[in-house]
Ligand binder design. Sequence first.
Ligand code: HEM
Length: 498
Amino acid sequence: MSTQHQKDDVPTYTLAEGCPVADPTTAVRVGNSPVKGLILLQDTQLIETLAHFSRERIPERTVHASAAGAWGEFEVTHDISHLTSAKFLNGIGKKSKVLVRVSTVGPERGHAETVRDVRGWAMKIFTEEGNQDFVFNSIPVFFVRDPIKFPSMNRSHKRHPASNLSDSTMFWDFHNNNQEGIHALMMLFSNRGTPASIRNIHAFSGHTYKLTTDDGFVYVKIHLKSDQGIKNLTQQEAERLAGQNSDYHTADLYNAIASGNYPTWTMYLQVMTPEQAENYRWNIFDITHIWPHSDFPLQPVGKLTLNRNPTNYFADIEQAAFSPSTMVPGIAPTADPMLQARMFAYPDAARYRLGVNYQQLPCNAPVSQVYTPYLRDGVRHDNNFGGDPNYVGSKLRPIHFKGRVGANGYSPGGHEEWVGRVSSYSSEVTDEDFIQSRELWKIMGKTNQQKDFVHNVSVHLKSALPEVQAGTIKMFERVDPELGASIKKALSSGSTLS
Ligand code: HEM
């Protein structure tokens, strides 16, 4: 779908510093025949054009590089004022502007979008108390629970350092030796790993967060459920579409919004008290585990609608920066080590990718007032706080202070004493880690998905080295001996040709 322009909106072409130029195609040169010409250094138009072109790429995200996005709104539909003081969540009918970016994780920008992968869900809610970012995934669990493993895990899912090819040996070698990822692997290799469209995925916080009020806090997991329902592609359909239209998911979302068919999601919470957390069967700070809905049912909160396409993809979507550390009062982090690490990693990535004042870019700028006189200089597009004091403690310029000491990191009755003492820690994998995967395997049995699952794993695993294949079969045997045997059979019978 192409963009329409107004007839009375006719700009005058200029150089970057405003000088009008009559023709954007000329070069100032010696020699005016079609084939001969010496270009002059005084040709600012040509030099500016070429030099700008060489510099117009910014670093792509190391993960989640390939993405589609849109604007929308979030509306509160249920009262949760007893759970959080966050103003954007208080008042049924209250609406906030939202920016969403949905990505594949491993592939580079421009890669085919229907590949088997988790989908990343990054969402900025522009509130009167600053921005609230939710940086979620399309599955509720993750592959590792020790943050130091995150870069290794992602490299194993990307290209081999020698061949520069995706490499199933290194993929499965990583997971055979870090089996805490089994639950996430079960989800990735189900048909949910190849969604039919962005409109047909759910998004999950994965981590446990806190919702806070002046009186205390509760632990929550946050879910965004597609009102369009879950719809997936088979391995074969995904492969066919990857060849036919590498931008299949971007086109689907863009065209749906352009034609007024706005997708919506319902936001739910699972809510747990600190006392329940202390006695729960599962460690609530371990992102490889879910809280079954039968233990903690979903409570509805609000509705997200995506209703406006970007007017410029680069300005609106590529320049956006999302971080789990961007929180409003009323929402707080927990002692989940992965969440803690992420709160460092994302702003760090944004400073590198977009510059130190990335928060000022129009797509990221809060709608609420921002006054940060102790963050100065860098490349900026405002007056840099003029002559206001750039050091703390000055009494020369009065400033209002509000909110709690410790800002969003703080929650009353914080429960930190429950977390323990400083130690050097790496988690161990035990049989406990296979219990929820086994439950999922049983659900796949009841919903007729086991055959597809075995096929999806086998087509990926078939090109791995034999000893790695053997290790992977053993890992799936820990989920269920029959599952391991089915994968072994599929590999040896050659029924993995897709
Ligand atoms: C220790 C664990 C993790 C680390 C260190 C980490 C780090 C990163 C980094 C560096 C980026 C690129 C950011 C950028 O360039 O702007 C990223 C993107 C992303 N990550 Fe993570 N990540 C971790 C775990 C997770 C988890 C558990 C989830 C989901 C629950 C997640 C969801 C995402 C999403 C959705 C994006 C794309 C965000 C966007 O579009 O801006 N990540 N991650």
